[in-house]
Structures are given as C-alpha cells and as structure tokens.
Ligand binder design. Structure first.
Ligand SMILES: [Zn+2]
Ligand SMILES: [Zn+2]
Length: 326
C-alpha cells in the first residue's frame, strides 16, 4: 500500500508499506481523505519534532472499515468513519474526571505515533466514529478540527444571541465561525489575510471595526499569537469570557487589575474530551462546511499540498479516491 512519508524536513515521498492487521480492539480502515492541519505543517517545516524519520503525518482522516478486530462488536465492515486522533487512556486522573484532553498518557496520532496518511490504517474502534451519511468525504475531514471548536464552544458556555469575536481566521478560526453562526451568535472576526477575511465574511461573520465598538460577550483566540490574546483581553466586554485555542509560546501582557475589575474569565481550551465532543458533533453535524474546503490534492501531489497549505485560505485536504469530489 501507499504511505506518505516525511523523509526529511520539507520533503515527502510515497513509500510502499505492508497493509497492517487490526489488533482485537481495532478496525482496519481504507483511507478516503485526510485533511492538512497546521500541526502537520509544523512537522513538515521542522518546527515540531517527531520521534523519527521517515515519519508519517496526518490525523484528520476519514475512511471505510474493511476489517474489524476480534473484540469489536459495535462496528460494521463498510461503514464510513471519522477518526478521533487523540487516544486517551481513560485511566489517569484527568481521564477519570472526564477531561481526557489532559490525559497523562495521550497518544497523538501523527505526532507521537505514526499518522494516517496511508492507504490503510488501524485505529482503536472507540476512536473511529461512524460518519453522518449525508456529508461527503471533503466535509467529513473537517469534523475533527470542527470538534476542536465545538469543545471550545461548550467550555465557553457561549449562548445564542451573544456577540462573539474570533481572533484569527485560519482553519480553526473558520471552523469556529461556522459553528458560532450556526449556534445563533453574532459573530465578528479579526484576520489580516485578505482571502481568509473574505471567507470569514462568506461564512456569515462581520469584520471587527475599531470605530464601531461592539460588546463582545465571548472572545476566542485562534491566531496562536500573544498579540491575539492581548487583543481579546482588551476587547472583551466586562463579565465576558476569553477562550484561548491558539498555542503561542510567547509571553503575553496581561493587566491583572483589568481582569479583576472587568470580572473576566480566561479559559484554555485544549482539543476535545472523549467521548462527549465527538459524540455531540456526530449527532448534529454542521451544515455549512463546504465553503471552508479550498484545496483538494491527490496523494501524488502531497508535496504541493503541504507547501501550499499555509497560503491557501480555508482547509486543504488529500483525496485518496480515484474520483475527484466536486
Ligand atoms: Zn488538526
Ligand atoms: Zn488518561
């Protein structure tokens, strides 16, 4: 089978590998599509270390079950599934408290264990979610990053009718904008990249205008910059909530007195918790993801897909099927 391997920083090649066999608790998937994520790009460009080379990236995957392990009773061959690519142990203290995003033994697919950019992969059955039948593969590959937004929304306790500011309209920001619009919030955004701004507007959000102040009850920082956090803290309405999704490692300036006087809540939102967040997204999938998908590539074009993904607004993905989706 074909496997896409990162042979060195900035260079991927298709290599041949044997088809894996599922362990008793696993299902074997024939992969149909994999999204290209910012975290894959950090690996591709050498900003994030991986255990060894050649390395297999990819975690936003959709596939069809072609074999089930001997202990798997609740999955059928032929079902289309979306992979939840963070395997938590369900035994450590954070897992037992329901916060599996803090799992002490978390296995991160494509980062700490080989990824899903291959014709066939094995996945633990409980992390293979049967996909909503109405969505095409190109939209299903968005459900994992969308679930990151859904978890942030759940944790923020944001409500319909509130004003929300999304800082950054990269793919996480765009997923969140889609979700907040669908949830009935008035959504505003800040994004310097022109094409991404256009896409955010197309999804129903309004560009933040410093000359026309809005009371932001909720701010979501997705740009991954310390300035993004500072901006969110500056603009959030008294009593409001700032939810951080971006992973900036630069220190940000915070004025404690203004956090106290304005009674702000600052919350870090790390991925999602198993199984609740995937379960709720699968039960009520988003209706308007199609606009976010912009770049479609074949596996043979993966090098180009990774090189282009930083500048393409919206989501890029790799289609493993013969037919181009339209
Ligand atoms: Zn991702
Ligand atoms: Zn755990």
């Amino acid at each position: 089978m074909r496997t896409l391997a990162l042979v060195e920083t900035g260079h991927v090649e298709i290599i041949d590998a044997p088809i894996p066999s599922p362990k008793p608790n696993e299902v074997l998937l024939r992969i149909t599509g994999v999204g290209v994520c910012g975290s894959d790009l950090s690996v591709f460009f050498g900003h994030r270390e991986v255990p060894s080379y050649p390395w297999v990236m990819g975690h936003e995957a959709v596939g069809v079950i072609v074999e089930v392990g001997s202990d798997v009773t609740n999955k059928q061959i032929g079902s289309r599934v979306v992979v939840e690519p963070n395997y938590c142990c369900m035994q450590c203290a954070p897992c037992l408290s329901g916060q599996t995003s803090g799992c002490e033994n978390r296995i991160i697919i494509g980062m700490t264990t080989p990824g899903l950019l291959a014709d066939y992969v094995c996945v633990p059955s409980e992390f293979a979610w049967v996909a909503p039948t109405e969505l095409p593969t190109r939209e299903l590959i968005c459900l994992e990053p969308y679930t990151v937004g859904a978890a942030a929304f759940r944790r923020s306790k944001a409500k319909s009718g509130q004003n929300a500011l999304v800082v950054g309209a990269g793919s996480t920001g765009l997923m969140l904008i889609t979700l907040l619009v669908e949830q009935g919030l008035n959504v505003y955004f800040m994004e310097p990249h022109v094409a991404r701004s256009e896409l955010a507007k197309d999804l129903g959000a309004t560009a933040h205008d410093s000359s026309n102040l809005v009371d932001y009850h909720q701010c979501f920082e997705t740009s991954g910059t310390s300035v993004g956090m500072e901006t969110a803290l500056e603009l959030v309405h008294p009593g409001g909530v700032v939810t951080l999704l971006g992973l900036s490692t630069d220190p940000a300036k915070i004025t404690p007195a203004s956090v106290v006087r304005n009674r702000l809540t600052i919350r870090g939102s790390m991925i999602y918790d198993h199984p609740i967040d995937f379960a709720s997204v699968m039960a009520k999938p988003p209706r308007s993801l199609s606009k976010i998908i912009r770049g479609e590539f074949r596996l043979e074009e993966a090098q180009k897909a990774f090189e282009a993904a930083r500048s393409v607004p919206g989501k890029s993905w790799i289609n493993f099927e013969e037919e181009q989706e339209s």
